[in-house]
Design a protein around this ligand. Sequence first.
Ligand code: MD3
Ligand code: FE
Length: 208
Amino acid sequence: MTESPAGPALEPLPGLKLWPGRLDAAAQAALRDAVRVALGTAPPYRPVTPCGRPMSVRMSNLGPLGWVADRSGGYRYQQTHPATGRPWPPIPPLLLDLWANHADPDRPPDACLVNLYGTDARMGLHQDRDEADLTAPVLSVSLGDTALFRFGPAEGGPTRSLRLASGDVLLLSGPARLCRHGIDRLLPGSSRLLPGGGRLNLTLRRAG
Ligand code: MD3
Ligand code: FE
């Protein structure tokens, strides 16, 4: 697997660590292809928020548990795809290796949320708190077009933004685990990795 220099290049908030370009072009293409195959049996769909609004980001999941949302059940993790009723496909080994190297070698992830952004998709500021153990880290991998990622302290207050480019890996641990965050917009045309453009974000978690 592709190795990069030892520590994270950036730690803009305590516990928020960024490895820019952690995956080289070959690793990005291999991961893109593995996810594309997996999504053949777990088709991306637009989750509907409890207030009835379809999200602009399309989602699917990999691994034993997947994050889902709908009008009736709210936000939760479940073992099956809401439309097909089938178990989610496995998490690709490359992602499990990244987790072992950067997050926690002793406790593997049991969920990988797949977020697909079209040119106009966005994700509003939120906290991730549907996981059973909120002390376990989250690891995010970005592929495709660069995104403007916004983040700020859990308690509220000023936010900052950061570009997440294809191949970047972000770790949210400790004090950053409950930070508020979202995606303001994409920079269209910034990557040629995904046919037709757009962005693919993979977040590894311990959900159960
Ligand atoms: C900070 N995804 O899936 S990745 C999400 O780019 C999510 O699709 C965004 O927010 C995306 O929940 C941002 C960076 C990220 C992911 C998970 C986090 C930041 C996080 C969990 C806790 C704190
Ligand atoms: Fe999030």
